[in-house]
Design a protein around this ligand. Structure first.
Ligand code: SAM
Ligand code: SF4
Length: 313
């Protein structure tokens, strides 16, 4: 059965990352289109009762939605849930990290695509690097461990910073994960551009650090390593150079209430307003369908949604 559910609580965001959204943002869903927290809880509860062990709250930027801390507290109370996590761009963590920890959030992944203020502003279009660094420090202080940074490398934009990211992770004793950029239709200039592969990144890191394969069992698709002689980690989400479809146990809930068995799904199944039993039935059906796939690589050419901010990255 699916083990991992990603829940997008909003399609809105305070950033406009070039690989994720067009400059003027994605067409926003109206308030009525976005599921209310009570409706999302019904789906998460049914999912946990169906075997989901890990729930990740994401978006858009989950921390821009009002009431997010109270919602996290409600999810954390669900019996049977083993791990509750959040993916954020980090800008609002100085305000929320401690409250999220108290609400029962276990840990955070924080997106960080550059350690250079100018490049950071270029990639996020509107972001301020110092706010995210403050957010990372706030998460460390709050004990939202293990903290993982998510880094999407773009050729000739931030791929010269690979070693800086690993140095940063070693210094903070946290993990950095390099994500191979997926060709969503966010920015036409990027659509044709190649990604930076795990092998390329590892070759750079090897000039200074030795990596040993982590023995931790993870539910995710990440290839995880430890930096020898340190408590820092380096991970790779290599959906393009090393497709992991065959061991993917993930399902996603969009902010408008559709369940997607894959990022590459062409169709979603609406579960908003269904009874818990119907939601469970849908999850089972989607699992059976997904189990029969022979897919090896998702091309994202015409997915259900054109941006990860809408699907819940
Ligand atoms: N706003 C939050 C954030 O940035 O962490 C959560 C949502 S964001 C869609 C989740 C993750 O998806 C981020 O780490 C982001 O870098 C990643 N992402 C977005 N578009 C992507 C793409 N085209 N290829 C690879 N990763 C992508
Ligand atoms: Fe917003 Fe996250 Fe997409 Fe960047 S990656 S635009 S922070 S949703």
């Amino acid at each position: 059965m699916f083990k991992y559910l990603r829940v997008s609580v909003t399609d809105r965001c305070n950033y406009r990352c070039v690989y994720c959204m067009p400059e003027d943002g994605v067409r926003k869903q109206s308030h009525d289109d976005i599921m209310r927290y009570e409706e999302i809880l019904v789906v998460i509860k049914a999912a946990v009762e169906s075997g989901i062990e890990q729930v990740r709250i994401t978006g858009g930027e989950p921390l821009v939605r009002n009431g997010i801390v109270e919602f996290i507290a409600d999810v954390a109370k669900l019996p049977g849930l083993k791990d509750l996590t959040l993916t954020t761009n980090g800008a609002l963590l100085p305000k929320y990290a401690m409250a999220l920890k108290k609400a029962g959030l276990n840990r955070v992944n924080i997106s960080l695509d550059s350690l250079n203020p100018k490049t950071f502003a270029e990639i996020t279009r509107v972001g301020d690097l110092s706010a995210v660094i403050a957010g990372i420090n706030a998460a460390i202080e709050a004990g939202l461990n293990p903290i993982k940074l998510n880094t999407v490398l773009i050729p000739r934009v931030n791929d010269s910073e690979i070693m800086d990211f690993v140095d940063f992770a070693v210094d903070k004793q946290i993990a950095v994960r390099f994500i191979e950029r997926m060709p969503f239709n966010a920015d036409e200039r990027l659509a044709a551009d190649p990604y930076v592969s795990q092998a390329q990144v590892m070759a750079v890191i090897a000039q200074k650090y030795q990596l040993e394969k982590s023995t931790d069992e993870s539910l995710g698709p990440s290839n995880d390593y430890l930096v020898t002689g340190s408590r820092a980690g380096v991970g790779f989400i290599s959906s393009r150079s090393q497709p992991f479809c065959q061991r993917c146990a993930r399902i996603r809930l969009t902010s408008s209430g559709y369940l997607l068995p894959c990022l590459d799904s062409k169709v979603g199944v609406e579960v908003r307003g269904l009874t818990p039993d119907k939601v469970k039935e849908t999850i089972k059906q989607l699992f059976n369908e997904k189990s029969s796939w022979q897919k090896q690589y998702a091309c994202y050419a015409s997915t259900f949604e054109s941006s990860l901010s809408k699907i819940g990255g």
